[in-house]
Design a protein around this ligand. Structure first.
Ligand code: BF8
Ligand code: SF4
Length: 653
C-alpha cells in the first residue's frame, strides 16, 4: 500500500533518465516527444493501466480456441475454477511460465548459434571480415569443453570449439551438453543429475516445451516446473555462456574502459549513430566502419562520427571499445526525440516497434538488419556475415546522408554526461585481483567476503520497466545495498540505469553513502588498477554477459568447495520486462541462487507454482524466488538472506 501511495506522488516524468528533472532535461525531452510524436512509454503505459489481473496472475489461457479461459482467484470474482478443457490455475500458470522461459532461452540460444556459426566460418576460412582476436580465450574455452589444443593451429581449435557448440544444439547421443559440463558449477551438476534435468541438447527441449505446454498435454505442475528448470539450464549454457565466450574469442575479452553515459552523449556537432540491439556481429562492424568513414563526416562539416550505444549492443561496444552509453531500452525513443540522432541501427531483441513511428517524425533513419526483425517505418538492410562489411558501410553512409537533413530548430540536447568505467569481464577482475595475490587471484575477494568487508554480492540484472521507473526502483535498491556493504554487479539495461545515476563513476565513490568497509575495498582495488577507486557498482556487460557472473560464482563455489546456494550471493531482476529476464532468472535458480523480481512473476494465480518457486526449490537446488515491489524492503530481504548464508558458512554475520 505504501508503495502505491509513493508511486502516485511521483510525477510520471521523474526519473526517466534516472535523475531528477533539476539536473537532467528528461522532463523537457518527454514533453518534446509528446509534442512531436503524440506518444511516450509512460503515456502508452497509462493507457494499459490498470493491468488485467488474469494476465498478471498468469491465469489467462489462450492456448486453444475453446478459450480464452480465465480462472477465478481471490483477487476477482469472475472466471471459473477451470478452463473448458478442465485445466486448473496450477496447470495454466505453470504452462504460461514455461512458455515465457522458452521465449527467453530460444532468444539467447539463437544469439549464441549465430556467433558459433561465425566462428566456424572464420575457422574454416569461409568469410573475411571477422577474425580470432583473443587466443587466450580460445584456449580457455577449448580446455573447458575438453578440446585438445596441443600441436594444433588456432583455426583447428576454433573449428572444433564452433562445431562442438553447434553440435550441442541438436546432438542425439544422449550425453550431457558439452557446454553444461564445461561451465556449470559442480555442486549444481550433482543436483541436476539427481533431478534428471541435464539436457543433452537444446533444440529438443525447446521444441518439447512448446509441445508439452500446448492444449491437452502436460498438466502436472511438478513435471512442468522441472522442465522449466531444465529450460533455465539451456538458457545458461546454450544461450548466455556460449554467446559471451565465443564473442570474446572473436572480438576480445573486455578490460576496464573509461567512457561516458546519458542521453547527453549525443552531440550537436557530430554525425550521431546509435547501435541498438544485442548482436555484436553487426555492432562490431559498424564500429569499424564508423572509424573508416569518419573523414566523410568531416567533409560534411561535422566534427566526425559519434557512435552511441543503446541497450545490450550498447553494453557490448562499451565493454570492448568504450562507446558511450546513450540509452536503455525504454529511452531509445527519447534518444531519437533529441532530434540530433541521425541514424539508429538495430539487430534483434528489445527493439520496440514504436521506434519506426518515432523515427519517422524526425530525420532519423531507423535501420533494421535481421531478416526476422523488420519494423514498419524502418529501412531494412539485410545483414549476413558474408556481406557484413558492405552492410556496415551502407549503414554508416545512411547516417551521413541523414545528418545533412538534420533540422537544428528541432534539436534538444542534454548537457548531462556522466563519466563511467565499465568493461569488467571475469578475466579482467581476476587479473586485477591477481595484482594483489598472483598465486591465488580470487583469494583477495574471498578474504574480503569472509571478513565481511564485502558483506555479500548481489547481481542486479535486466530491464528498465516503466512501471517501476516511476519510483526509481533500481537506484533506490542499489543505494540501500551499497550502504550495507553489499557488492553490486550490474548488467543489461540495469547497467545503463546505474551509469546514469553515477554508480559507474569511480570519482563519485565518496559522494554516495557506501558502507565504509565496502568503500575501502573498492578504493583498494581501484588503486591497484590505477584508478581512484572501482566504481560503486561493477558493470559486467550485456544480458548474455550474466554468464560472466556465472563463471565468477562457479569459480568461487568450487574453490571453497561449497554449494552455490551456500554463497552469500543473490540475483535480482528489479525491473523485469523481458521473457529473456525470466529465463536468466530460471538459470540462476537452477544453479542455486535466490532470485528477487519486481514486478512479481505471472504466477500469483497458482499456490502450487508459487510454493515450488519460493519454497520447494530450496530442497532441490537450494534456490528460491521472492517478489517485492518496495526497493528498500527488497534490499532488506536480500541482506537478511546474505546474513543467513554467512551464518550457515560460519562467517561473521
Ligand atoms: O537483453 S536488459 S530490456 S536490452 S532484456 Fe532488453 Fe532487458 Fe534491456 Fe538486453 Ni536484457
Ligand atoms: Fe481453455 Fe484449456 Fe483451451 Fe486453455 S487449453 S484455452 S484452459 S480450453
Amino acid at each position: 500500500m505504501e508503495t502505491e501511495t509513493r508511486t502516485e506522488k511521483i510525477d510520471l516524468k521523474l526519473g526517466i533518465f534516472g535523475q531528477s528533472p533539476a539536473t537532467e532535461p528528461s522532463a523537457e525531452l518527454l514533453d518534446k516527444i509528446m509534442a512531436d510524436t503524440g506518444t511516450s512509454s509512460f503515456e502508452r503505459l497509462s493507457k494499459q493501466e490498470p493491468s488485467c489481473w488474469f494476465g498478471e496472475w498468469g491465469v489467462c489461457c489462450r492456448l486453444c480456441y475453446m478459450g480464452p479461459c480465465r480462472i477465478q482467484s481471490s483477487r476477482f470474482n469472475r472466471g471459473s475454477s477451470r478452463g473448458v478443457c478442465g485445466a486448473t490455475a496450477d496447470t495454466i500458470v505453470a504452462r504460461n511460465l514455461m512458455r515465457e522461459t522458452v521465449g527467453g532461452a530460444a532468444s539467447h540460444s539463437e544469439h549464441a548459434f549465430e556467433i558459433a556459426e561465425t566462428l566456424k566460418a572464420v575457422a574454416s576460412d569461409g568469410i573475411k571480415g571477422y577474425e580470432i582476436k583473443d587466443r587466450g580465450k580460445l584456449l580457455s574455452v577449448a580446455s573447458k569443453l575438453g578440446i585438445e589444443t596441443a600441436n594444433r593451429t588456432d583455426k583447428e581449435i576454433a573449428l572444433e570449439v564452433a562445431e562442438t557448440t553447434i553440435n550441442d544444439f541438436s546432438k542425439v547421443d544422449g550425453k550431457p551438453m558439452r557446454w553444461v559440463m564445461g561451465y556449470a558449477p559442480s555442486s549444481s551438476l550433482k543436483k541436476w543429475e539427481k533431478l534428471g534435468i541435464i539436457p543433452s541438447n537444446s533444440l529438443n527441449p525447446i521444441m518439447n516445451a512448446m509441445h508439452r505446454t500446448s492444449m491437452g498435454n502436460d498438466a502436472d505442475v511438478v513435471n512442468l516446473m522441472l522442465a522449466d528448470l531444465k529450460m533455465g539450464i539451456i538458457d545458461g549454457y546454450s544461450g548466455l555462456t556460449p554467446s559471451t565466450e565465443l564473442s570474446d574469442i572473436l572480438f576480445g575479452t573486455p578490460e576496464p574502459v573509461k567512457s561516458t553515459a546519458n542521453v547527453g552523449v549525443i552531440k550537436e556537432d557530430y554525425v550521431n549513430l546509435a547501435i541498438h540491439g544485442h548482436n555484436p556481429l553487426v555492432a562490431e562492424k559498424v564500429v569499424e566502419w564508423a572509424q573508416r568513414l569518419n573523414g566523410e563526416a568531416v567533409k560534411l562539416g561535422a566534427k566526425g562520427i559519434n557512435l552511441v550505444g543503446v541497450c545490450c549492443s550498447g553494453n557490448e561496444v562499451l565493454m570492448r571499445h568504450g562507446v558511450p552509453m546513450a540509452a536503455n531500452e525504454m529511452q531509445a525513443e527519447l534518444a531519437i526525440a533529441t532530434g540530433a540522432l541521425d541514424a539508429m541501427v538495430a539487430d534483434f531483441q528489445c527493439i520496440w516497434p514504436v521506434l519506426g513511428e518515432v523515427a519517422s517524425c524526425y530525420h532519423t533513419k531507423l535501420i533494421t538488419t535481421m531478416p526476422y526483425v523488420k519494423i514498419p517505418g524502418a529501412e531494412h538492410v539485410d545483414f549476413s556475415i558474408e556481406k557484413a562489411d558492405e552492410v556496415a558501410r551502407v549503414i554508416v553512409e545512411k547516417a551521413l546522408e541523414a545528418y545533412r537533413k538534420r533540422d537544428p530548430s528541432r534539436v534538444l540536447l542534454s548537457k548531462t554526461v556522466e563519466p563511467i568505467v565499465g568493461g569488467f569481464s571475469y578475466e579482467s577482475i581476476a587479473r586485477l585481483l591477481g595484482k594483489i595475490n598472483s598465486q591465488d587471484p580470487l583469494k583477495p575477494l574471498i578474504d574480503a567476503i569472509v571478513k565481511g568487508d564485502v558483506y555479500g554480492v548481489v547481481g542486479i540484472v535486466g530491464c528498465p520497466n516503466p512501471k517501476l521507473r516511476r519510483q526509481l526502483y533500481t537506484e533506490r535498491l542499489i543505494k540501500k545495498l551499497l550502504r550495507n556493504n553489499v557488492l553490486v554487479l550490474v548488467t543489461g539495461c540495469i547497467a545503463h540505469i546505474s551509469a546514469q545515476e553515477g554508480f559507474l563513476n569511480p570519482d563519485r565513490v565518496d559522494e554516495f553513502e557506501i558502507g565504509d568497509r565496502l568503500k575501502a575495498v573498492l578504493k583498494l582495488l581501484g588503486e591497484t588498477g590505477g584508478l581512484k577507486s572501482l566504481p560503486p557498482t561493477i558493470h559486467m556487460g550485456s544480458c548474455v554477459d550474466n554468464s560472466r557472473i556465472g563463471v565468477l560464482v562457479k569459480e568461487i563455489s568450487e574453490k571453497l568447495n561449497v554449494d552455490v546456494s551456500q554463497l552469500p550471493v543473490v540475483a535480482s531482476a528489479p525491473e523485469l520486462i523481458a521473457e529473456k529476464a525470466v529465463a536468466i532468472g530460471t538459470w540462476a535458480l537452477a544453479i542455486g541462487l535466490p532470485v528477487h523480481t519486481a514486478p512479481e512473476l505471472h504466477i500469483e494465480g497458482s499456490k502450487a507454482v508459487k510454493g515450488i518457486l519460493s519454497d520447494t526449490l530450496k530442497d532441490l537446488t537450494g534456490a528460491e524466488t521472492f517478489d517485492e515491489m518496495d526497493p528498500e524492503v527488497a534490499a532488506d530481504r536480500m541482506i537478511e538472506m546474505i546474513r543467513e548464508k554467512r551464518e550457515g558458512l560460519g562467517l561473521p554475520a
